[in-house]
Write a protein that binds this ligand. Structure first.
Ligand code: GLV
Ligand code: MN
Ligand code: MN
Length: 403
């Protein structure tokens, strides 16, 4: 078996972020395209049959593509300045698991594929899990096509430039009908397994989560000539909104509320901004609580804006309800692996999107730092190996492998 860490070592220099450290690998950047090429080469080297579907998802088949397939896989894109493992660990472990099954002399009794999903993070076009959402029919392809990156490129143009015809994006019922089960292996993105002393775990659920844009508009003006009493400064309103997100989320047990991105227009040191956009990420296991946080935030933002002589608008950019993974499949994984812990995931995953359409489960591998979406994300080699062995055991079981 080529070990997951050895495979990840092959891409350790791709997309390094010189500013924050870690990796910046947005979908269809030079870096992510290089990772896609690496995956295709690694899959073909293993004799897998590689195809790109109409939603830009890569598929590598062991044997002929066919119905009743078992699929594993993850993503290769990253957040800005992210870690080495969020996504790539699942892809590398899938290849390692196939190596291991072969070394054991195991042959799957039904089709087995590794899938690589584009734009899982939504770090380029704003909506997470675009590939799986398109396949599952949970985003309108017209909306997806018009999503725009920070440089003003539409998703349609970027996909076309990368060989994916944007007019063919959308729900792929035939492909979904051919998948029997999907199992995604992923680095754990919190401290759950560290606290439990468990190298491998399964996910029971994913917190519901969504992204909203708050836009404050005021009066752009001169930093030196505008008296403090005469200002309508959207930056001052935005700063108070950031604090309001913290206060409102902290008031709901189990909730998470984050502002990780804020953009002043035009953004000059000696310029009072005319507009500030800020993006709010809210998560809770009860979707009604998520909705109530956003409602309270919008009301607070209205008061904040009015007090500063500004206006505010709120736009929902995406919303993913709480996901409970298939109980039968999750129980089957725990039969194969022993009674590994069942964790709630605070992070979103393509598996969460696909769970609405096909029986889906997830395997987690321990992250000793508990940090993710940051360069300090970590995996021990022995845990990565344990994850690949667990995935091989699960895939062998689900594909009714013969020896
Ligand atoms: C993806 O990792 C997310 O949870 O935002
Ligand atoms: Mn991920
Ligand atoms: Mn992530």
């Amino acid at each position: 078996m080529e070990q997951p860490m050895a495979l990840l070592g092959q891409i350790a220099d791709v997309g390094r972020d010189g500013r924050r450290g870690g990796y910046s690998r947005p979908v269809h950047s030079t870096a992510e395209n290089e990772l896609r090429e690496w995956f295709v080469a690694a899959a073909e080297q293993r004799g897998l049959l590689v195809e790109t579907d109409r939603n830009g998802i890569l598929w590598a088949w062991w044997g002929q593509p066919g119905p009743d397939a078992v699929v594993t896989g993850s993503h290769l894109d990253s957040v800005p300045g992210g870690g080495a493992f969020d996504g790539p660990l699942g892809v590398a472990s899938a290849l390692s698991a196939i190596d291991l099954m072969r070394r054991r002399g195991q042959r799957p009794g039904r089709p087995l594929a590794v899938a690589v999903f584009p734009e899982e993070e939504g770090s380029r076009f704003g909506v997470a899990c675009i590939g799986s959402r398109l396949m599952a029919g949970s985003i309108d392809p017209d909306k997806a096509r018009t999503l725009t990156d920070a440089d003003g490129n539409t998703l349609a143009d970027v996909y076309r430039a990368n060989g994916i015809a944007p007019e063919h994006l959308g729900e792929d019922g035939d492909r979904l009908a051919g998948i029997r089960q999907f199992v995604e292996l992923h680095i754990e993105q919190g401290r759950g397994q560290v606290d439990l002393g468990a190298p491998v775990a399964v996910a029971g659920s994913i917190l519901g989560h969504g992204r909203w844009k708050l836009t404050f508009r005021g009066q752009g003006n001169h930093a030196g000539t505008t008296l403090m009493a005469d200002r309508a400064d959207p930056m001052v309103a935005a700063a108070q909104a950031v604090v309001a997100v913290r206060r409102i989320a902290a008031g709901r047990p189990g909730a998470r509320g984050t502002v990780g991105r804020l953009s002043p227009i035009p953004g000059g040191t000696n310029v009072i901004a005319s507009q500030v956009d800020l993006w709010v990420d809210v998560r809770h296991r009860q979707d009604a609580v998520t909705a109530s946080i956003v409602e309270e935030l919008y009301a607070a933002a209205g008061l904040i804006a009015a007090a500063e002589g500004c206006t505010v608008t709120l736009t929902e950019e995406s919303l993913s309800p709480t996901v409970r993974f298939n109980e039968g499949l999750t129980a089957e994984l725990r039969t194969v692996l022993g009674a590994v812990p069942v964790l709630e995931s605070g992070a979103g995953h393509d598996a969460g999107v696909l769970a609405a359409r096909i029986p889906t489960a997830m395997l987690f591998v321990r992250n000793p730092t508990g940090v993710s979406h940051a360069p300090q994300e970590q995996i021990e080699t022995a845990d990565a190996d344990a994850g690949a062995v667990a995935l091989a055991d699960v895939l062998a079981h689900l594909t009714r492998t013969t020896e």
